[in-house]
Design a protein around this ligand. Sequence first.
Ligand SMILES: CSC[C@H]1O[C@@H](n2cnc3c(O)ncnc32)[C@H](O)[C@@H]1O
Ligand SMILES: [Zn+2]
Length: 438
Amino acid sequence: MKTLIKDVDIVTLDEKGTVIRGGAIAIDGAFLVAVGKTPEDFAPDTTIDGTNHVAVPGFFNAHCHASMSLVRGYAEDLPLDRWFNERVWVAESALGPEEVRVGAQLAACEMIRSGTVAFNDHYFYMDHVAEVVEASGMRASLTWCQFGTGKEVGVDLEGALAFAERWNGKAEGRIRAMLGPHSPYVCPPAFLREIAALAKEKGLGLHIHLAESGEQVSRSLATHGVTPTRLLEDTGVLDVPTIAAHALYLSDDDVAILARRGATVAYCPITYMKLAMGPGDVPRLLRAGVSVALGTDGPASNNDMDMKEAVRFLTLLQKLACRDAEALAGDASLRVATQAGARAMGFPEAGALEAGRAADLVLFDFDKPHLVPRHDLVANLVHAAKGSDVSHVFVAGKLVYADGTILTLDEEKIRAEAERAAFRMVSRDLTVLRAYTS
Ligand SMILES: CSC[C@H]1O[C@@H](n2cnc3c(O)ncnc32)[C@H](O)[C@@H]1O
Ligand SMILES: [Zn+2]
């Protein structure tokens, strides 16, 4: 299938940061064959008029729990520990495989509509999530979360590995799989050692939560004599490509470890503001050579999965926290939201619009009052555009969203099923709560 997008403005995010006005994008199969001028002998099957539209690489959501969309709005105005103990873990005790499937479908609809082409998911019953990814046309990197305490949900480590081996490279290569220890504060060190050794042996990466609060760091120092980041290094976790979600509380030594070991930090600004966790310091990480990608986290702490909104919050939060208006200047946060995530999730061919790269791209409809004038397309994208301005989404060359319609999933049916599944979950949760209080 060959597609031509003509007369479109293009924010390429190539090495030079090239911006093209009124150019063309030629797609052949899953790849871009030209960006800028149409090749002379290119005979497209479909042509899209890109007038008043801006093309940009699709977003890679580097940390989320898609199925937690069913918990959206159910754990409000609480700090991290109470958010977990009093609401999220209670609600999740009523989540089964069917809820995980519907929750992932709902999240996929939301992500596609707002320009996300891929997500890095950490949850349970992951075969159901993988099936949703396959059907949706998206890319994903998937891990079956492991607590390592003998009280697993769904599967033990052997099962999580079997899941990874079942799905890695599936869906025409759109799915990658990793192993997912929950965190160094939940998983005992012996388990971290075991899962890291297994990941190394099988050539898999790891996805883990890290250093979300100062208290987690103090407890790690008291219990293990080292910071959580040093514990990951000591147990071999950082011997394999690792995506560490959050990593907000880091010593200089921790930052140096993450840089030296090539780990990626998945930064989720909306969770940090909502649960009052603190802003971290993204420029400090980037200066030290740590790769930083962007995530929404789960919809129980965000409450949406709109990466465009996360791009703006990332930029504004870091400018404020660093008291530096030049922090994350220009297209820096767009790169964090696209190519850094693509690399970390195992899709290095995506994340920039250049001939030879993956055809993972999004068109924003700029024919809107809040996107006029067009002095600076990048600034309009970072600060003014909304996820709802996305008009078209291509993943691996396939059009999955056009002008308000998701072409791969039945959104209306999914919304109705999600409402029912969430209601079931809440009813069961009330039973659980009654049992707790009687
Ligand atoms: C990794 S999903 C499994 C487990 O983790 C909980 N969870 C969701 N978001 C976070 C987070 O940012 N830090 C730590 N734990 C998280 C989720 O509710 C599930 O129970
Ligand atoms: Zn998380």
